[in-house]
Design a protein around this ligand. Sequence first.
Ligand code: NAD
Length: 514
Amino acid sequence: MSENPKPWEFPTIDSAESHLRAPNFSPFILNNLINGSFSPCPAEATYIDSYNPKTGQLFARIHDTSAEEVNKAVEAADRAFTAWSTTPPSRRSKYLLRIAELIEERRELFAVWESVDQGKTLVRARVEVDRAVSNFRYTLPYQLILIKTNEVRYFATYILHQSTSARWTDDNVLTYEHRSPIGVFGLISPWNMPLYLLTWKIAPCLAFGCTAVAKPSEVTSLSAYLLAKVFQDADLPPGVVNIVFGTGKTTGSSLVKHPKVRGVSFTGGTATGIQIRKDTVEDIGKHVSLELGGKNPTLVFDDVDLNKAVPMAAKAAFENQGEICLCGSRIYVQRKIWKEFIDRFVDYVKQNYILPQNVGAVASLEHYKKIRYFLDLADRSGGNFYLGSVPPEQPEAGYWIEPAILTVPDESPLLKEEIFGPVVTLTPFDTEEEAVRLANDSRYGLSSVLLTENGGRIRRVGERIDAGLVWVNCWLVRELGTPFGGMKASGTGREGGDYSRDVFTNVRTLHIPQ
Ligand code: NAD
C-alpha cells in the first residue's frame, strides 16, 4: 500500500472497510485542487483530524488552508474567468454532462466514502449521490419523463434554453435584459449532505459562466476530494473550479473576505451566515446568498389518514438521523387524535428507525455532545421521553443516538433551538389559528409539513406559515427550478432554476431607440 493512500483506491464498502481495519492503515491527507492540480500541503500546514462517526476512528487529515493558499485558489479562478465566462453555453453544458457522467460512474465510490465520512447509511448516501448528479443533469428515468414533456433540466441543459424579456416604451425604445456571469464565487457548504449541497452550488456557478473556489465543511471533506478528482478527469479547464479544505475560521473566512471573490453562496448555520454578512458588508456589490438553519414544524390535523400521516411525519423527522435542514423536528398534533397519534408514531418509529440499519451515526463528537446536551436538558427540566433517552456522556464506539420522541414544557429550548439530530418534540393544538401561531413561533422559517385532507385548510393554513417551503401531505419533494430558501433567520435569497441565475449573473437593461 502506498504511504498516502487515496480514497479512490477503495471503491466498494468491502475494500473501504478492510482498508480502515488494515494494521498499516494511515489516514488520507486531502490536498487542495488549485488551478487544475492537487497542490502539496505546505511544510508549515496545520491539519484537522477527521473521524469516522460510526467507529470514532481517525481516518483523514484535512489541510486547514491558510489565507495565502486561498489567495492562490482565488487568483486561479480569476484568471480562468475570462475564458470560461465567454465559453459558449453549449460547451459549458458538455463539461457539466461529463462531470455528471463521471459522478454516476463512481456512484458507489462516492456513496461509500460519504457514508464513512458523514455517518449516514450507505442507502441514504446513494440517494444523495443521485441527487448530486441531478444538479448537473437529470438522472436517466427523469430524463425520459422530461424529454416527453419537453422540459429539459438541470443546469447542464437549463443554460441551453434561456430566454429574456423585451419591452417597448411608448415612443418605441426597445428595452431588453442582458445577463452576464459575475466572476469568482466562494461556495461554502455544511456537513449534513456534503456532496449534494456542494454540487448544488458548483453546477449553477459553472453553468452560468462563473468560476469557483469551493470549500466543504472541515467535518466532511471526503466527497469534495473525490469531486476534485472528477473535475480533473473531466478535463475541466484549470482554475474553473478550485477546492480548498479547512476550517471556517481560517479558510472560509479568508475566502468570503477576498476582494476578488465577487459572490458567495453559503449553506450552513445562522450564526455563520450572520458572520459572513458582517464580513462582506463593506463590499456592497458582492452577491451573497445565505441558506441557513431551521426548526421546522409538522402540523398534523385530525382529518388525516394516520396510515399515511404517521410514516410521513416520521420520515420528515428522522431521515438522515434528522440531519437535514428541512427535517420537521416540532410536531404539532390536533387534540382529537393526540393520543392515538403518539401511540402509532412511537410504535412506527420503533419498528422502522433502527440503528445502524436505517439510522446512521451523527456526524461528529461535537455534534453528539450538542444533541446530548438538549436531551439531558429535557430530562432535567420536565421532558417526557416516549422513545429514546439521554445517551452516555462519552460514546464508546461511534456517535450513535437512538431516535428520541418527547414532550417538553412550553418554554423549553427544545422547541426553539435547532438540534439537527434524531430528536422530535410533540405538542397538542386545538384550532387552525393555534396551529399557525405555534408553527410561526420560531425565529426560523425554512420549511414545514402540513398534513391534512381538507382542501380549504391547505390554503388557509399553508399560505400563512412562515416558511420558504410548505410541503402538503409530502416531504422533500423538489423540482430543481422551484425557489429554495428560507424566511426569517433561515436565510436570504433563493436558489434553484431562474433563482440560481439571479445569484450567479448580473442583469443590465439595454435601451435602444429605433
Ligand atoms: P456551519 O455554519 O458551522 O458551517 C458551514 C460551513 O461554513 C462550513 O464549511 C464551515 O467551515 C464554514 N464556516 C464557518 N465559519 C465561517 C466563516 N466565518 N466564514 C466562512 N465560512 C465559515 O454549519 P454546519 O454546522 O456545518 O451545518 C449545519 C447547519 O447548516 C445547520 O444550521 C443546518 O440547518 C444548516 N443547513 C442549512 C441548509 C439550507 O439549505 N438552508 C442546508 C443544510 C444545512
